[in-house]
Design a protein around this ligand. Structure first.
Ligand SMILES: Cc1cc2nc3c(=O)[nH]c(=O)nc-3n(C[C@H](O)[C@H](O)[C@H](O)COP(=O)(O)OP(=O)(O)OC[C@H]3O[C@@H](n4cnc5c(N)ncnc54)[C@H](O)[C@@H]3O)c2cc1C
Length: 511
């Protein structure tokens, strides 16, 4: 058997969030003699939304040695402790999906079983009061967590909001400083090797030819290599995730506190996001084009801003689903080129991050063994389907009266994987996490309860602990979390002290 021949050249096509995240992570290979080249076209815009994230992004930045304050200052970032869902369950209702866990388990039994029992008896308040992130979020407070598990602050976990175009610039500086070569130019042609159909080279305008051994397709919804050339195929999830468009517009900061959470408000034909940054607010309306016209959606968005729009609304078309193979031959698709689930739970940037990590963990040699490729594809498919199910849950479990979309998604049959989770939870609040699932039990429980999926009962083992003791514990947890949150600085003060965006005054609380 001949020895494996290492890959010596990686070509990343596309310079949006996906391209630069890939370049940043893959720049580590340069020290081993691999060349990393990124090609992007200034004439083709990036999607450039992607402003809310989930906690694992801190691991990505941490692994790269990125200084958090420097990063937040240069991307005009703010802190995200969770998502505030307004009118999703029914009109006039509101709940939070906070990061971090609820309460503390007792004698190996999950906290929410005890909570369910006491809540039924009128002896506990809503479950969010037993989550430190939710408590801090409501008070608009933030401080950094501490590692010591004895401290209540170890229960705090957080992610970021940031300006996606500044993030790409930030990563570009990082990657170029470590030897990634950026080439500006539009890809006009892709050459395949006749022997095995692998991509051999791309041709840019002006007849420039760039050869590579491994290609990373980060060309956005186009999927220039993975679909345009390799015709990999796309599995649509439109029957469950019916929204297919978004209008997005930034607005001026309203001159009050920068809230440490993303807000998602259900609307007649979809939902509206609100993401507060230091210098502006990101807004968008994600909607189903059979229920509302683009003009109506743009008008509804503009009518529901809490500051002046800073430019005209931008229209984005998409379809929920996944590329049938995220890795096909010698092309690995990342970001929008690999598939898309709407940004309700801010998962796209995370999928780029896990895609790059998997690629590093399964980095091929020039033989491109199907073993590595198949494992990459299997893991990617499972992860995307799990995220898909979680997002479907938000739509399906609704009691809204306004809008045909909401009736359709309530009545639709959901994937079997989600139906099983719903049945188990409805019965006795049981929940199981499979295959290293991204969202932890606490996230599912937050959304299930938030959307009024109330378990009929609880784990019988919860009855083995003395009711008086349980009640005392719950009261204490709520009190300790409230006091800890009240002692934290206001979020905007924390930002102003630690990471003010360069040259941009931080919006201060006026009320
Ligand atoms: C409405 C909306 C809201 C979103 N909100 C969030 C969010 O809050 N959080 C989150 O995690 N994610 C979010 N996302 C997803 C997020 O925007 C993407 O994951 C992220 O922007 C990555 O995009 P990309 O790099 O894959 O593609 P793009 O940003 O589209 O970049 C494509 C790149 O390919 C280049 N290119 C294309 N064709 C060629 C060619 N022929 N030659 C050379 N270069 C080419 C372009 O120049 C560009 O550099 C959102 C997406 C949408 C649609």
């Amino acid at each position: 058997m001949s020895a494996p021949v290492p890959v010596r050249s990686v070509v990343i096509v596309g310079g949006g969030t996906a391209g630069w995240m890939a370049a940043t992570a893959l720049s580590r290979l340069i020290r081993t003699g691999v060349s990393v080249t990124l090609v992007e076209s200034d004439a083709i815009a990036t999607v450039g939304v992607g402003e809310a994230t989930i906690p694992p992004i801190r691991n990505f930045n941490g692994l790269l040695g990125i200084d958090e304050n420097d990063f937040l200052a240069k991307t005009s970032g703010s802190i995200k402790l969770g998502i505030d869902f307004v009118d999703w369950t029914r009109e006039g209702h509101r709940y939070t999906h906070p990061f971090g866990e609820f309460g503390f388990d007792i004698e190996g039994v999950k906290f929410h079983h005890f909570w369910r029992k006491l809540y039924t008896a009128g002896q506990a308040s809503w479950i969010e009061d037993y989550n430190l992130c939710a408590t801090a979020q409501k008070l608009g407070r933030f401080t950094l967590p501490v590692a010591d598990p004895a401290s209540v602050l170890s229960r705090l976990t957080y992610a970021y909001h940031f300006d996606a175009s500044l993030y790409a610039l930030y990563l570009r500086a990082y990657a170029e400083a470590r030897g990634v070569v950026r080439i500006e130019g539009k890809v006009e042609d892709v050459m395949l090797r006749s022997i095995d159909g692998h991509v051999e080279a791309i041709r840019l305008e002006g007849d420039r030819r760039i050869e590579g051994e491994l290609f990373v397709d980060c060309t956005g919804f186009r999927g220039l290599l993975i679909e345009g050339v390799l015709q990999t195929g796309f599995e649509s999830w439109k029957q469950w995730l019916q929204c297919d468009r978004a209008v997005a517009v930034p607005s001026a900061s309203p001159g009050r506190a920068i809230t440490p959470f993303t807000q998602s408000t259900a609307r007649r034909a979809g939902w509206q996001w609100r993401i507060p940054l230091q210098h502006r607010v990101g807004n968008g309306y994600v909607y189903c084009s059979t229920d509302i016209s683009d003009d109506e959606a743009a008008a509804a968005l503009l009518a529901n801003l809490d500051g002046e729009p800073l430019r005209d609304p931008m229209l984005i078309r998409f379809e929920a689903g996944r590329r049938k193979l995220a890795w096909n031959r010698n092309v690995v698709a990342l970001g929008l080129a690999s598939g898309f689930v709407e940004p309700l739970e801010s998962t796209s940037i995370h999928m780029i991050q896990t895609g790059v990590s998997k690629l590093m963990a399964l980095f091929p040699d020039r033989g491109f063994s199907p073993v590595e490729r198949d494992e990459y594809n299997r893991q990617t498919q499972v992860q995307m389907e799990q995220i898909r199910d979680f997002v479907i849950l938000h739509y399906h479990a609704n009691e809204r009266t306004e809008g045909d979309l909401w009736r359709r998604v309530r009545d639709m049959a959901v994937p079997e994987t989600l139906a099983r989770k719903l049945d188990l939870f409805r019965n006795r609040g049981r929940f199981f996490r499979y295959d290293d699932e991204l969202f932890a039990d606490s996230s599912w429980i937050a959304v299930l309860l938030g959307q009024n999926v109330m378990p009929a009962g609880w784990d019988p083992l919860a009855d083995a602990v003395a009711p008086a003791l349980v009640r005392q514990r719950l009261d204490r947890i709520r009190e300790v979390f409230r006091r800890a949150a009240e002692a934290m600085p206001r979020h905007e003060d924390w930002v102003a002290r630690n990471c003010p965006a360069l040259g941009i005054p931080v919006a201060r609380r006026t009320a």
